[in-house]
Design a protein around this ligand. Structure first.
Ligand SMILES: NC(=O)c1ccc[n+]([C@@H]2O[C@H](COP(=O)([O-])OP(=O)(O)OC[C@H]3O[C@@H](n4cnc5c(N)ncnc54)[C@H](O)[C@@H]3O)[C@@H](O)[C@H]2O)c1
Length: 252
């Protein structure tokens, strides 16, 4: 028996990294998972790997018609949504910068995916949860950069993540009466496509490792357990919280 047996989930950013790891863990725990990503090839491959309880939802989270259509598909298939986990994001390494040097187009592109994309997925995902009347669990992915100094240099990204974390709290307050819990996950540095250019540079990798008292940077597998916990009924009294799974970066 899995802790998510029978649950219907959507994971955004499921084509890669932390989202893909969460989707894999949800399926292993018994959930049926819509793999939402703009990278069609990646989610088709993931669906193939994960088997019959995973299916691709090709969607650009910055496009409201695309998001509405993906959640309409979920509603038609299942009539409900129990878990929405939002991981789709970009970090424009090499373009993001301190505000006095930051191109406003880079700000807009970052916020379009990272904050507006989370808003749109929450908007259409919560509508499905409200329509079923059964409640649900929303899990939004924040970042230490939204809270602490470790976002230095990445002003657009850090501000977008701070926005996601504020949205998480206010949603938790307003949807609790509908039995919809809303929590955030705060990862440390995790080795994924997003961080590839950073962790592949030995000097930057050493600097990033030194930020983590636990002595290493993380993997998508390190982030899967917290997502399963928040998706499951084991966390039924948790809402409006941010769960740090960050190798100790926040207490260094
Ligand atoms: N990797 C880290 O060190 C780290 C640290 C803190 C927070 N995070 C957060 O974790 C989450 C997952 O990051 P990751 O490292 O796994 O990244 P990743 O780049 O490996 O995966 C991100 C996924 O989002 C998808 N995506 C991007 N834009 C999209 C769009 N417009 N529509 C639909 N899908 C889109 C990409 O195709 C990709 O599959 C993000 O929210 C990120 O900000 C990551």
């Amino acid at each position: 028996m899995g802790s998510l047996d029978g649950k219907i989930a959507v994971v955004t950013g499921a084509g890669s990294g932390i989202g893909r790891g969460a989707a894999r863990a949800f399926v292993a725990e018994g959930a049926t998972v819509g793999l939402l990503d703009r990278n069609a090839a990646a989610i088709e491959e993931a669906a193939h790997q994960l088997g019959q309880r995973a299916y691709p939802l090709v969607c650009d989270v910055t496009d409201e018609a695309s998001v509405a259509s993906a959640f309409a598909t979920v509603r038609e298939r299942h009539g409900r949504l129990d878990v929405l986990a939002t991981y789709a994001a970009v970090q424009l390494v090499g373009e993001d910068a301190p505000v006095h040097e930051l191109d406003s187009e880079v700000w807009t592109r970052t916020h379009d995916v990272n904050l507006r994309g989370v808003f749109l997925c929450c908007k259409h995902g919560v509508r499905v949860m409200l329509a079923s009347g059964d409640g649900g669990s929303v899990i939004n992915c924040g970042s230490p950069t939204g809270l602490t100094m470790c976002g230095a240099g990445w002003h657009a990204y850090a501000a977008s993540k701070a926005g996601v974390m504020a949205l998480t709290r206010v949603m938790a307050a307003d949807y609790a009466r509908h039995k919809i819990r809303v929590n955030g996950i705060v990862p440390g540095t995790i080795e994924t496509t997003l961080t590839r250019t950073l962790v592949d540079d030995p000097e930057i990798r050493a600097q990033l490792t030194a930020l983590h008292p636990i002595g290493r940077i993380g993997t998508p597998e390190d982030m899967a357990g917290i997502a399963v916990f928040l998706a499951s009924d084991a966390s039924k009294f948790a809402t409006g919280a941010h769960f740090h799974v960050d190798g100790g970066i926040s207490v260094r």
